[in-house]
Design a protein around this ligand. Structure first.
Ligand SMILES: NC(=O)c1ccc[n+]([C@@H]2O[C@H](COP(=O)([O-])OP(=O)(O)OC[C@H]3O[C@@H](n4cnc5c(N)ncnc54)[C@H](OP(=O)(O)O)[C@@H]3O)[C@@H](O)[C@H]2O)c1
Length: 285
């Protein structure tokens, strides 16, 4: 059985397209570094077609020596050179960057990864053009297992959309959503890695409590989460069915599941997504 999400999410792996456009990253921090690494190792584009700006010279030097890309601190120059501009600064820095760059961005496809900043807010700063894509990646992009949701501005073309998909597929999977759903995306896949880090820590604690060495317990816990997630994605089988298959009558797994039910495990995860979504809405106001 193939479920809906597998139709929405294109398979991870070598992107099916290379990019000839020149890409500038405004902000050369953690997320820009992950994306540049993904683009180059996936051979999506060449180092000469990437420029990253950052005010910190150590960061620029590191990006240059690691990737051989163009670096600098002059945002306007880097924007004028580019076909695509990725705004990869913190949300609180974005207003200053937009007021510096403003209409100089109007010729480019603008992709913002700043959490909570709307397409309209960005477009207003760049002469009203809606050729803006809002992206919400997550931290596993650092190991090319990211999940990115994209919302498209009204002037984004098919080619722009394909290009953005290719960029983010170089660091994981991509789904398109309506912009109004971005807070829910933030509550689920944006904040979700932290929920799972906590789950891995707790599973490992349980293993230690039962006598396993800490390192072994952490490996067992992390690989179990990774394997279960891959099975869900690759089999297309509903997670409840997969759970039923491993819970044999009177066995160990159903005893563990009973404890999870008593602890309100599923309700706690649902409430976590709800709380983070609500907080994202509050912060976006
Ligand atoms: N990391 C994640 O998991 C994640 C997930 C989803 C979305 N995002 C979004 O991705 C964006 C970047 O996050 P990050 O974790 O990569 O942040 P980061 O590591 O702090 O990177 C941002 C970089 O931009 C630099 N910068 C500041 N002002 C600048 C300017 N005027 N021009 C050019 N560069 C400037 C910063 O330098 P200074 O340090 O000197 O300020 C920093 O090196 C954020 O908007 C965040 O919401 C991140």
């Amino acid at each position: 059985m193939v479920r809906v999400h597998t139709a929405l999410v294109r398979e991870r792996g070598v992107p099916n397209q290379t990019i000839t456009s020149k890409i500038t990253f405004i902000g050369g921090g953690q997320m820009a570094e992950a994306m540049i690494g993904g683009l180059l190792s996936g051979q999506v584009c060449s180092a000469e077609s990437i420029w990253a700006t950052d005010p910190v010279s150590d960061r620029r030097d590191r990006l240059k020596s690691q990737f051989g890309i163009l670096v600098g601190s002059a945002n306007r120059e880097a924007v004028a050179w580019a076909d695509v501009v990725v705004l990869a600064v913190k949300p609180q820095t974005l207003p200053a960057v937009l007021s510096e760059l403003g209409p100089t961005l109007a010729h480019a496809l603008v992709i913002s990864i700043a959490a909570g900043v709307t397409i309209r807010a960005i477009a207003e700063q760049i002469a009203g053009t809606m050729r803006v894509i809002r992206a919400m990646p997550n931290v596993p992009a650092l190991v090319r297992e990211g999940m990115t949701a994209l919302a498209l501005g009204s002037a984004v073309s098919e080619d722009d959309s394909r290009l953005a998909r290719t960029v983010f597929e170089s660091v994981g999977r991509v789904v398109l959503v309506e912009e109004r759903l971005m807070d829910a995306v933030t509550g689920l896949s944006g904040s979700g890695p932290a929920y799972i880090f906590q789950a891995i820590e707790a599973l490992a604690d349980g293993g230690v409590m039962m006598g396993l060495p800490r390192q072994t317990a952490e490996l067992l816990a992390a690989q179990t989460v990774l394997g279960a997630a891959r099975l869900v994605l690759e089999s297309g089988v509903h997670p409840a069915q997969l759970k039923d298959r491993v819970a044999s009558p009177g066995g160990t797994t159903i005893a563990g599941l009973h404890q999870l039910e008593q602890g309100g495990f599923r309700a706690a995860l649902m409430a976590a997504v709800e709380a983070a979504t609500t907080r994202s809405k509050e912060l976006g106001r």
